[in-house]
Design a protein around this ligand. Structure first.
Ligand code: F6R
Length: 253
């Protein structure tokens, strides 16, 4: 696992956008695994800027998102499909037919999950999977558990996740309690993983991820087992990792 220490959120966004842009330039028909939430907003803003400057072309790119709230329609402003359309897809030249998000309207979880697995299986691989880090260590919506769940599944969100995500809703009571999420095996199958972590609210959990054991109780800890995982984290997020090297880049064994 390679950790890149950056000064702040702006630098984090720039570095992650540059990394994704480099992949698009080298492999124009790449498959991107994408995340929602607050952390990738700056990355998406910088990717849109690079696109507008004519430096990247999304016309052959495909994307597969990590998760979606169960029960929300694509045009619901709180759905992750809507988030992706607003914050990235409508601002670049990606073919909407090549962008995939789990179907939150599919009320039968078994059907929703098997359909999304079939979509993931259409791609030989995800070239780069972008991840944020949940306050309880979740990636996608793979919540702390006693086992890693391999494929797309319906998850009941933890109280901490509902509380954290209530900032995107008028009222906490509006936050859906369930979601469909890509599983850990499909995340781990990506050729390259990029996790971005910003802010002091993530400092304690980032320390557990970077310094603690691999355990499904801290889902992101599984990334230690990936052969090509980069974590970009800012000073605030790394403030509890005092045992780790202070260099701007370091490799964890
Ligand atoms: C969302 C997702 C989640 C978020 C995580 C962090 O698609 O996959 O795992 O990345 O909840 O969210 P923020 O960035 O809002 O702190």
């Amino acid at each position: 696992m390679r950790v890149i220490r950056v000064s702040d959120y702006e630098e984090l966004s720039l570095r992650s956008a540059d990394l994704i842009a480099s992949l698009i330039i080298l492999k124009p028909d790449c498959v991107l695994g994408l995340a929602t939430g607050g952390t990738p907003l700056g990355t998406y803003r910088d990717l849109i800027r690079l696109y507008r400057e004519g430096r990247i072309d999304f016309s052959q790119v495909s994307s597969v998102n990590l998760d979606e709230y169960r029960g929300l329609k694509p045009d619901d402003p709180h759905s992750y499909r809507y988030f992706m359309d607003q914050n990235l897809f409508q601002n670049i030249n990606i073919d909407p037919a090549h962008t995939f998000v789990p179907d939150g309207c599919e009320s039968d979880p078994a059907s929703a999950c098997s359909k999304y697995d079939a979509i993931i299986d259409r791609f030989p691989l995800i070239d780069l999977q972008l991840l944020g880090l949940g306050g309880d260590g979740h990636i996608g919506f793979n919540e702390p558990s006693d086992c890693f769940i391999r494929r797309t599944h319906c998850v009941t969100l933890k109280e901490e996740t509902i509380r954290a995500n209530s900032r995107f809703f008028q009222d906490k009571a509006e936050v859906p309690h369930q979601a469909y999420t890509m599983g850990i095996a499909d995340i781990m199958k990506a050729s390259r993983i990029l996790m971005i972590v910003s802010g002091s609210s993530k400092a304690a959990i980032l320390r557990q991820v970077l310094e603690g054991p691999v355990t499904p109780a801290v889902p992101a800890s599984v990334l230690h087992l990936h052969r090509n995982c980069t974590v970009i984290a800012d000073e605030d997020a790394l403030q509890c990792c005092d045992r780790l090297c202070k260099d701007s880049q370091f490799i964890l064994p």
